[in-house]
Design a binder for this molecule. Sequence first.
Ligand code: CA
Length: 224
Amino acid sequence: MRILIIEDEKKMASFIERGLKEEGYVVDTAYDGETGWEYATTNTYDVIILDWMLPKMSGLAVCSKLRQAGLTVPILILTARDGVDDKIQGLDQGADDYLTKPFSFNELLARIRALLRRSPGFAEERVLKAGDLRLDLISRQAHIGSQIITLSQKEFSLLEYLMRHTGEVVSRSQIAEHVWDLHFDPMTNTIDVFINFLRKKIDTDRRTSRIETVRGVGYRLLEK
Ligand code: CA
């Protein structure tokens, strides 16, 4: 799950960024409205956290421009104001939710999870399953039968993305967009390397992998 933070207060931005990364989200941060707009229209995000008062382009303008451009990504507005009018205006411009500063980080996480649940194709279960492979999104553990599989944060995110699309072919660029951040170089073989790390951990039958390579396209997680 990849999240964009658009927030000009550096301390606030890094507080949110650090917390979300600890939760296993992939995070990009923009410090003004224009850069935020640019990131949002060139990359794919699962949620955008958008501050209201921003230099160069206001959060409100970013929000309405994104909606005008046809982007349906869930947007959560952060506002220091608590005027009812501001909230109404934000929601009118296409925001999905808002949070008034100061807020508790746990509340932010809960709001993000709620927004993700409303996204099309997002499984609501806390445990994703594909055959005897289970991925617990809360304890962040993978199991095959009763055996616990230890995954790094990146392996976990990659497996989560594949499991949310079990049986579907996902391309390398789709994987890159949801599992890696802005600094990722799509020309490297990083994704293939991580797929192989995962295969070593989750393939109980060495002859046929749970992760099928679809030549020239990408990968598909099989239910077995
Ligand atoms: Ca601000």
